[in-house]
Design a protein around this ligand. Structure first.
Ligand SMILES: [Zn+2]
Length: 301
């Protein structure tokens, strides 16, 4: 099952108050495929959504429309009986004959009703991508005005839907995980809102670990590069003036490096007698490098 389906399944289990039930059903009708006195219709791949649309028509008209199964495995509900369609529009508050296909803001003064209206709109025209793959939630609205109205309705919750055209649909969408979580929660999909939060936390932790690992790898390769340079300088001294030419404390360190070619300064300091610090070890290495450089310069014509 897709994440969208999970969300819709959760949304359809919400038991609304009577005022909200009206808002929920009217949104399902308004954001369906056809919405006029001639024809009300919905095409959906989700059986639960199809069933809820049937309830919506019945809620306002008392008539139970038939659900058809399409060849593509979808569910289609059509109300083309004018008397029923007119009754639905009138009862749902879209006064016929001048039914305007816009969000009826005046009927949505209570916050609970606004949230349930969004729930109804999302069940018929919304989708949300699995947050482990991508943060994307959208409403594919049947008209530009409805898209505009949805943007205005969600502004109440500091949610900023963005707009784009795709085919004939007027799409409004979110890409921000916090806003997706907020909207899912508002609509009543609290469990799935938590999944979005969980996915975000997991990604954040993983990014932090990756950054740390990269940083440590970079440090490690820097320290190996330094160890290699030190080893080469020591071998150069050994082949020219000999290690016995070095002061006793440098000779000890040089021998320790020859035996431990990739060891870091901190570990080397523990191999050497006395309480030598890391910066003490590095200081001695700088002296060895200087000696090797001087031999190189002198050996050049
Ligand atoms: Zn309400």
């Amino acid at each position: 099952m897709s994440f969208s389906t999970d969300v819709k399944t959760e949304l359809l289990t919400v038991r609304p108050k009577p005022c909200c039930e009206r808002a929920f059903y009217s949104a399902m009708l308004l954001f369906g495929r056809d919405f006029s006195a001639e024809r009300l219709s919905l095409l959906t791949e989700n059986e639960g959504v199809a069933q809820a649309y049937v309830f919506a028509v019945r809620f306002f008209s008392g008539v139970t429309p038939e659900t058809q199964h399409t060849d593509g495995g979808h569910f289609r509900i059509v109300v083309d009986d004018r008397a029923t369609a007119e009754a639905v529009l009138a009862e749902a508050g879209f006064s016929y004959p001048n039914a305007v296909r816009r969000i009826p803001f005046s009927a949505l003064s209570a916050n609970c009703c606004k949230e349930n209206f969004l729930r109804g709109a999302f069940t018929v025209c919304g989708t949300v991508t699995d947050p482990e793959k991508e943060y994307h939630l959208e409403f594919a609205c049947p008209s530009g005005w409805l898209a505009e109205d949805l943007i205005a309705l969600t502004e109440n919750y500091d949610i900023t839907l963005k707009q784009m055209q795709r085919g004939g649909a007027h799409v409004v969408y979110l890409k921000n995980s916090e806003q997706i979580e907020e909207l899912l929660g508002r609509m009543g999909a609290t469990e799935n809102a938590m999944s979005v939060m969980g996915a975000k936390m997991y990604k954040d932790v993983r990014n932090t670990i990756n950054r740390k690992v990269n940083f440590e790898n970079a440090n490690l390769s820097r320290s190996i590069a330094a160890a290699t340079r030190q080893y080469e300088a020591i071998m150069h001294i050994a082949k020219t003036k000999g290690l016995d030419s070095l002061p006793a404390e440098l000779k000890l360190l040089a021998q320790a490096r020859i035996e431990n070619r990739e060891m870091g300064a901190a570990e080397l300091s523990k191999l050497l007698p006395g309480d030598l610090t890391v910066s003490g070890v590095n200081h001695r290495f700088r002296r060895i490098m200087k000696i090797a450089e001087n031999i190189t310069e002198k050996s050049q014509p």
